[in-house]
Write a protein that binds this ligand. Structure first.
Ligand code: DLZ
Length: 158
């Protein structure tokens, strides 16, 4: 995997804007919820660490990663939401569904971002195995939730 030698929780801290008044929506898929819960908690911790207020972080669940695009759209269209972080985990080895879901979500989130002119972040893990997912949701390769959150923060300064 491309992240095998990268710790997802290590990032460049330059260009981080003031986010004390920014409002974030985090949409979390319930499939593989042990993994997506770890990603969600990493994202929340990273936003708080960089100055977001707890009351400005809205968390919502959707059933699976395929539903992330719709969930992201519902929040992106709200005037008082500045950025959306979509969190999911689609394990490649387990089902042929993965190609369809991953492509649909990547395209769907891109469309929502461009339509509403707001950062909509792809915080979806696409590992080959459950073990790789654990390693990237707070394990030895860090947390993709941290990476997704810092990406949202940086894009707000864009
Ligand atoms: C159906 C399905 C499968 C097989 N695998 C996953 C997965 O690994 N990760 C995930 O987030 N969701 C999965 N889903 C559910 C779909 O995302 C979706 O919820 C259903 O197809 C209903 O639209």
């Amino acid at each position: 995997m491309s992240t095998a030698h990268k710790n997802l929780s290590v990032y460049n801290t330059s260009g981080i804007p003031d986010i004390s008044d920014k409002r974030f929506a985090i949409i979390v898929a319930e499939w593989n919820e042990e993994i997506t819960g770890g990603l969600r908690d990493g994202a929340i911790a990273t936003l708080l660490k960089h100055g977001a207020k707890e009351e400005n972080i809205i968390i919502t669940n959707v059933p699976g990663s395929f539903e992330l695009s719709f969930g992201a759209q519902v929040f992106a269209q709200k005037e008082d939401i500045d950025a959306v972080i979509a969190i999911g985990c689609v394990i490649q080895g387990e089902t042929k569904h993965n190609d369809y879901i991953n492509h649909a979500v990547a395209q769907g989130l891109t469309n929502v971002s461009l339509k509403y002119n707001k950062p909509v972040i792809f915080g979806v893990l696409t590992p080959n195995t459950y073990e790789q997912a654990l390693e990237r949701s707070g394990g030895k390769h860090g947390n993709k939730g941290d990476e997704a959150a810092i990406t949202a923060v940086k894009m707000l300064g864009f």
